[in-house]
Design a protein around this ligand. Structure first.
Ligand SMILES: [Mg+2]
Length: 289
């Protein structure tokens, strides 16, 4: 009996935190926000940084792929600009009216007595506005976002290093190297702390007192999910339908989280449900409905 109680207790405590990305995770890709965002970034690159219009799109894609965010990539290759101005240009002009209150997701989140934390590369204003539009502003205990990971005054690019200077002066040549699989290794480091880099996860764990072994991480980015897995998190790739290495679960929509992870609700409900939970806990599920 003592063993049963002990085992039951360990199951109840298996996960104590849910960690969520925001964009294209808490709302679907079909809102078109990603496209709008890319358009705004490219306009910023052309209008504010003087990058030729015919190079902006490709460079933006390459930087996003290599650095996790376009901003991190632009800073890494030598552009210096004000973070707040960039964010207000890129996010401040998004059509937020397209985001509607998501009662289904809200009910799902509130029905789960497990701590929920936001972990986003986006700036505070964008995260707050997005959560508010989705009607989820009171569903999370803590928000880790750009400003949390990059406290003001610490992201200004310094070009004391000769290699960085050289690469900075040849920044547009990056496009010519994009087909190389080792592009990441020839690019300079970014001063920005963001997913998918390990230091962003380490900071988030420290700031929010997260034990990765007891945390489930939801994100739409394959690279973020893969780093998350390496960092010890249980991972859920959202908005996709194909299994990938590094993802413990794959969901078409965040709305399917209860179908894929019923144990979360069961473990937090009546103890009589525990047996059912034991039977399902080790099954890795791909929900594509
Ligand atoms: Mg995302």
């Amino acid at each position: 009996m003592a063993y049963e109680d002990q085992y039951q207790q360990s199951l109840l405590l298996k996960y104590d935190t849910l960690l969520f990305d925001v964009d294209d995770t808490l709302y679907p890709l079909s809102t078109g926000f990603s496209k709008e965002c890319a358009k705004n970034i490219e306009e910023y690159m052309v209008q504010k940084l003087g990058i030729p219009e015919n190079k902006a799109s490709q460079l933006n894609q390459e930087l996003y792929k290599s650095y996790g965010t376009s901003m991190a990539g632009l800073k890494a290759i030598g552009y210096d600009f004000d973070n707040d101005e960039y964010h207000s240009f890129v996010h401040g002009r998004l059509p937020y009216e397209k985001l509607k209150p998501d009662h289904v997701l809200r009910s799902l989140l509130l029905s789960l007595p497990v701590r929920k934390v936001i972990f986003s590369n986006a700036d505070k204003a964008h995260v707050a506005k997005t959560l508010s539009k989705l009607g989820l502003e009171d569903c999370f205990e803590r928000i880790i976002c750009f400003e949390t990971l990059n406290p003001s005054g610490k992201t200004s690019t310094s070009f004391d290093d000769k290699n960085e200077l050289q690469l900075g002066s040849e920044m547009l040549e990056i496009s010519d190297h994009s087909c190389q699989s080792d592009i990441g290794s020839i690019l300079p480091k970014t001063p920005i702390v963001c997913k998918p880099f390990e230091n962003a996860f380490e900071q988030a764990f420290k700031l929010a007192n997260i034990n990765p072994q007891r945390t489930i991480f939801f994100d739409d980015s394959i690279r973020n999910i893969q780093t998350g897995k390496q960092m010890g998190l249980r991972t859920v790739l959202v908005g996709k339908s194909n299994r990938i290495s590094g993802a413990d679960y794959v969901l078409d929509s965040i709305h399917n989280m209860k179908e894929a992870l019923p144990e979360l609700w069961e473990a937090n409900s009546k103890k009589s449900e525990t047996t059912k939970y034991i039977a399902s806990v080790s099954i890795e599920t791909s929900v594509t409905a």
